[in-house]
Design a protein around this ligand. Structure first.
Ligand SMILES: [Zn+2]
Length: 474
């Protein structure tokens, strides 16, 4: 039976090129595909690959064994929007102007990713990639400028009726988070269709779990019990097994997506990068230190970073040096053989991944819901609370849980580090000016007045369900 001419013509043309390498079957894209998986609110130290003693993450651990695991990856902010923006642009929140430290309604100029910022999706679209995203956190929705550069962009928000029930009754294990299932199903269907595509793809999946409310499906919840956890706070002992159950749930979803990638014959030519936007606190610094956004301790800044690139990166590599989410985009561009033009603040990590020396990158974090900033330069971690003026210093080598503030006994070092942190923040402020200037006439990129953007009822409810809009805003 003759095949339609539609399939035949490119095959004949290709034959001239690939005759010596074995004939004309399917045109394998020369460029690697990219699958970026962000698992919201995922502490690195709750994954097996990062030494966690409980079996939360079999699929993610396998992924790590097949690629490179960065042991010390640091987020630039303790909550979603600024951190995800950095991951997706290679620019720090200060540079992007994402500096509103509040839960207010979105305002252009301080809450919204500027149109003038060049996103990973825009870069890849310009390089001929098909680009798609499925996101379950409204913080990375089109509402906040995150749909730039995608051919297809889908937001799947929680089923709010269920969500409200879950908040009222933490023991309602039967509730199933529909977003994790939705992201997975959409991703699998999308990947199944890609086997026939000729251009390379970029697919960005943003899972909302294990963000609160901690409501894993029963089969995942029952794997973890309070007896396995040690905390002085009863509510934390109740929450930790549920948080781990959610990790196990998302891990199984990630495993299913990776299975679909393999089933479509795409895993050999697809770079998979898995990370998170921030961690989560469980009372490590007092009874009130829970959730995320309010402090800059490592429980909120230390995130997993795993990169699998068959034929491009060795398997089973562990990088001990500190790296940052701002380094991810330049690393991917180099790995994909693409131009790293435009403004970038990170450094490619490929040399490190291939055994190179520690470049000793300073990590700066800020922009929580409180005016805080931090400099992490191992072994030192400096945290400044701009509201109280308190400066804290920790020696991460001797005190990885940041329990002993040594700033008083280390006055000179504290001042030195504070100055260094300020210089890093000032660098971003200068770049911010350049970004605004570059954006020029682009209507949405320059800082505007801080008038709230209009929200649909669905967007407003999605924000409220995540604990936003709790400050009296309408
Ligand atoms: Zn988040």
């Amino acid at each position: 039976m003759r095949r339609p001419a539609f399939f035949e013509a490119p095959c004949l043309a290709l034959l001239l090129v690939v005759l010596s390498t074995g004939g004309c079957t399917r045109s394998e894209p020369a460029q690697p595909n990219l699958l970026l998986i962000v698992v919201d609110t995922l502490r690195a130290d709750h994954l097996g690959g990062y030494g966690y003693p409980l079996a939360t993450s079999p699929a993610i651990d396998t992924l790590a064994e097949q690629g490179v695991l960065f042991e010390q990856a640091i987020a630039p902010a303790p909550w979603t929007r600024p951190s995800a923006a950095t991951l997706l642009t290679g620019l720090l929140p200060e540079t992007l102007g994402l500096t509103c430290a509040s839960h207010n309604l979105p305002r252009e100029g301080c809450d919204v990713l500027p149109a003038g910022a060049l996103t990973l999706a825009e870069r890849l679209a310009a390089a001929g990639y098909d680009t798609a995203a499925v996101v379950a956190n409204i913080q990375v929705d089109s509402l906040f400028g995150f749909a730039q550069g995608y051919d297809e962009f889908a937001s799947v928000f929680p089923d709010l009726t269920h969500d409200m029930q879950a908040r009222a009754d933490w023991s309602s294990f039967e509730w199933e988070d529909t977003t994790t299932r939705d992201v997975t199903d959409r991703a699998r269907a999308w990947l199944a269709e890609r086997g026939r595509a000729r251009s390379p793809f970029f697919l960005y999946l943003h899972y909302l779990d294990p963000h609160e409310p901690y409501t894993p499906p029963a089969e995942h919840a029952r794997l973890f019990t309070a007896a396995d956890y040690d905390s002085p706070y009863p509510e934390v002992r109740r929450e930790l097994p549920l948080y781990d159950g959610e990790i196990h749930y998302v891990d199984s979803a990630v495993g299913r997506v990776l299975d679909s990638l393999a089933a479509a014959g795409l895993d050999d030519n697809t770079i998979v990068l898995l990370t998170s936007d921030h961690g989560e606190a469980f009372g490590e610094h007092g009874a009130l230190d829970r959730r995320h956004g309010l402090t800059l301790f490592d429980d909120q800044l230390h995130v997993p970073l795993i990169m699998r690139a068959p034929g491009r990166l060795k398997a089973g590599v562990r990088v001990t040096a500190q790296v940052r989410l701002v380094d991810v985009l330049p690393s991917l561009l180099e790995l994909m053989g693409l131009e790293s033009g435009g403004m970038l603040q990170g450094h490619s990590l490929l040399e490190l991944a291939r055994g190179g020396a520690d470049p000793k990158l300073d990590a700066v974090a800020a922009w929580g819901y409180r005016p805080l900033s931090a400099l992490r330069t191992p072994p030192w971690k400096l945290i400044v609370d701009h509201r109280t003026g308190r400066t804290s210093l920790y020696n991460l080598a001797a005190d990885p849980l940041e329990q002993h503030d040594i700033a008083r006994g280390q006055g000179a070092l504290t001042l030195l580090l504070r100055d260094r942190m300020q210089r890093r923040l000032d660098e971003s402020r200068k770049l911010r000016e350049a970004l605004v200037a570059t954006a020029g006439e682009q209507r949405d990129s320059a800082p505007r007045d801080n008038a709230p953007l209009p929200l649909s009822d669905r967007q407003r409810e999605a924000l409220r369900a995540l604990g936003y809009l709790d400050n009296g805003e309408q």
